[in-house]
Design a protein around this ligand. Structure first.
Ligand code: ATP
Ligand code: MG
Length: 403
């Protein structure tokens, strides 16, 4: 075991709730540490998203210590301790999964283990640091402090094996590298190139979940560049590989809008941003009454493959189709109706993220934005009638689709 030369996280940096949980666990005679992302982020002077705790106490023992707690999880059982509207996750040290020679993909992962084993079963060295509040020191079993200082993503153990166990780790490597501005070690990069295609075998909901994290979090654009470079993007979304520069730019704006993932971005908006480069070019020469149908054709196979929730896909499709309407000023009643749709705010958010589907001069966006204000002053619902007519306004306007 290696301790940091000096405590680099002051106990005062730990908020009261995790402090309470750590103290109660150690008061009951257990070892308990902060682990994972929060230790990494505190050492990097970043604001941790959540404070996870690992301990040698078993789930039932943990539950007994906290009235406001419950045991959750099928794959791994851990304990959620509720504090007001937020939850602290307390998990028992786990051992690495027992490898199966023929098929190293992890399917079962719930064997309790020692503190060291718990560090080694984690993904990257920078994610495997423990913080011991009692002694005010960082515990580093894996060389994570060196890698943090060198700004390196290093896989714990053999990257080849660890990526065969769980190819989603490729997405996680890109996510952290993008977010923190770190480099992958050459060994990790080589192994990721070899195993990129295994992402096609990974559980689709996990892949989708990581894609949502990439799209809403800080550094998402850089993470997608890394994935493209590794040959992983073309496994997830071959239709969009290699993505145009405009895609990276819109992911960057999406992440700015979300404050680096702090404020929730609707999944529907993320899907719209992801698929915009495929859908919008197809709408440009499409008659207005066919926007939704054409968007559906482009989106359906991808939505099904990626297991996007139907509701998110429907909203994304509406918001994408509506982008074409924003190329014209809201001069006619049928057009203005768009502004009274429940989804208009999301339509405008998407427009701000993407920019116009084609260049328009003058850009009618401010007129549409103004309608948002008017709407608050008690407008009528706009979803009763479908738009039937389209009228072209002003010379030199947008290359509006033919009626
Ligand atoms: P974030 O700030 O995004 O929450 P995090 O490091 O806390 O980053 P989580 O996804 O919340 O990441 O996971 C918590 C910890 O669990 C990680 O720090 C890592 O130690 C471990 N972990 C998560 N996913 C995996 C995985 N696929 N393989 C191995 N360890 C993992
Ligand atoms: Mg976390």
């Amino acid at each position: 075991m290696e301790a940091a030369p000096a405590p680099r996280i002051a106990p005062e940096q730990i908020p009261p709730d995790p402090t309470k949980v750590l103290r109660r666990l150690s008061g009951a005679g257990f070892d308990a540490y902060l682990v994972g992302g929060c230790v990494r982020d505190l050492l990097l002077d970043l604001h941790p998203k959540d404070f996870d705790i690992a301990t040698n106490a078993r789930p039932r023992q943990i539950k007994r210590l906290f009235r406001n707690s419950r045991i959750i999880g099928r794959r791994f059982r851990l304990v959620h301790v509720q504090f007001g509207d937020h939850i602290l996750e307390v998990s028992t040290f786990r051992a690495p999964p027992q490898p199966d020679e023929a098929d190293p993909m992890i399917r079962q992962d719930n064997v309790f283990g020692t503190e060291e084993q718990d560090a080694f079963r984690r993904d990257f060295t920078i994610n495997a640091l423990f913080y011991d509040l009692e002694r005010g020191r960082v515990i580093d079993h894996v060389g994570g402090l060196d890698d943090l200082a060198a700004r390196r993503m290093r896989m714990i153990g053999d990257p080849d094996l660890r990526l065969r166990e769980d190819p989603v780790r490729i997405l996680r490597a890109a996510k952290f590298a993008g977010r923190l501005g770190f480099e992958l070690t050459p060994e990790l990069r080589d192994a990721a190139r070899v195993h990129a295609r295994d992402l096609g075998k990974a559980a689709t909901p996990r892949v989708l979940e990581e894609i949502y994290r990439l799209l809403s979090g800080r550094g998402g654009a850089q993470a997608f560049r890394i994935l493209e470079d590794l040959g992983a993007f073309s496994v997830i979304l071959p239709e969009l590989s290699p993505p145009p520069e405009s895609f990276y730019a819109s992911v960057e704006r999406l992440s700015e809008m979300s404050g680096g993932g702090r404020t929730g971005v609707p999944q529907s908006l993320m899907i719209a941003v992801l698929l915009a480069p495929l859908v919008l070019p197809r709408l440009i020469d499409t008659p207005a009454h066919d926007y939704e149908a054409v968007a559906t054709d482009v989106m359906r196979p991808i939505i099904l493959r990626m297991t996007v929730a139907r509701r998110d896909a429907t909203i994304a499709r509406h918001c994408l189709a509506a982008q074409m309407r924003l190329l014209e000023p809201p001069a006619t009643r049928p057009l203005r109706r768009l502004a009274f749709n429940d989804l208009f705010e999301e339509v405008l958010a998407l427009r701000r993220i993407l920019g116009p589907a084609v260049h328009v001069d003058p850009d009618p966006l401010p007129e549409w934005e103004a309608l948002l204000g008017q709407r608050e002053e008690g407008g009528h619902g706009g979803r009763r009638r479908r738009r039937r007519r389209r009228r072209r306004r002003g010379g030199g306007g947008p290359p509006a689709p033919p009626a």
